[in-house]
Design a protein around this ligand. Structure first.
Ligand code: FEO
Length: 169
C-alpha cells in the first residue's frame, strides 16, 4: 500500500508530466509559427509521450487505490528566440524532470516502497533516452548555425519521427 506522502508526491509528478505535455504543445506552436513544420511535428509527438507518461502514473495511482486529485496545470509560453533556443529549453526541462524523478526515487527507497521505486525507475530510464535525443538535436543545430539550408535539412529529419507509445515498448 502506497503511503499518503508518496501519493501526494506522485500526484505532483503526475501534474508535472501533463505540464510537460503542455510545454511541448507550446513549443510545437512556436515551431509551426516559424515555419519549422518538422520540429512542430516532433514536439507534438513529444507532447503525446508526456501524456503517456502522465497516464502511466495515473493508472498506477488508481491501481494503488490512491485518492486522486487533479490540480491546475500551469500556463506555458509559446514564444522562443530560435530553433536552438526551443531545443535548449526542452533539454533544461528534461533535466529538471530527471531531478524530480531522482528525488522521488529517493523517497520511495527511504519508505521501502519497492513497487513505487520500480515504477520510478521506468521513468528514470526513460529520461536518459529523452535527454540524449534532445542533446543530439542541439548538437546538430549548433553545427549548422544560421545556415538556412542546414536548418531546413534538420527540420526535414525531425519530420520523420513517428509516435511510439513509450509505455507499450
Ligand atoms: Fe515525462 Fe519528458 O518527462
Amino acid at each position: 500500500m502506497i503511503s499518503k506522502n508518496l501519493q501526494k508526491e506522485l500526484i505532483v509528478q503526475l501534474n508535472k508530466e501533463f505540464h510537460s505535455a503542455y510545454i511541448y504543445l507550446g513549443m510545437s506552436a512556436y515551431c509551426s509559427k516559424e515555419g519549422f513544420n518538422g520540429a512542430a511535428s516532433w514536439f507534438l509527438i513529444q507532447y503525446q509521450e508526456e501524456v503517456a507518461h502522465g497516464m502511466k502514473m495515473f493508472k498506477y495511482l488508481e491501481d494503488q487505490g490512491a485518492e486522486i486529485t487533479l490540480p491546475d496545470i500551469k500556463s506555458v509560453k509559446v514564444e522562443y528566440k530560435s530553433l536552438l533556443d526551443v531545443f535548449r529549453k526542452s533539454l533544461a526541462h528534461e533535466q529538471f524532470m530527471t531531478k524530480n524523478l531522482n528525488n522521488l526515487s529517493d523517497i520511495a527507497m527511504k519508505e521501502k516502497d519497492h513497487a513505487t521505486y520500480n515504477l520510478l525507475q521506468w521513468y528514470v530510464t526513460e529520461q536518459v533516452e529523452e535527454e540524449a535525443t534532445v542533446g543530439e538535436i542541439i548538437d546538430h543545430i549548433k553545427l549548422v548555425g544560421d545556415n538556412g539550408y542546414g536548418l531546413y535539412t534538420i527540420d526535414k529529419e525531425l519530420a520523420s519521427r513517428n509516435f511510439v507509445d513509450p509505455t507499450q515498448e
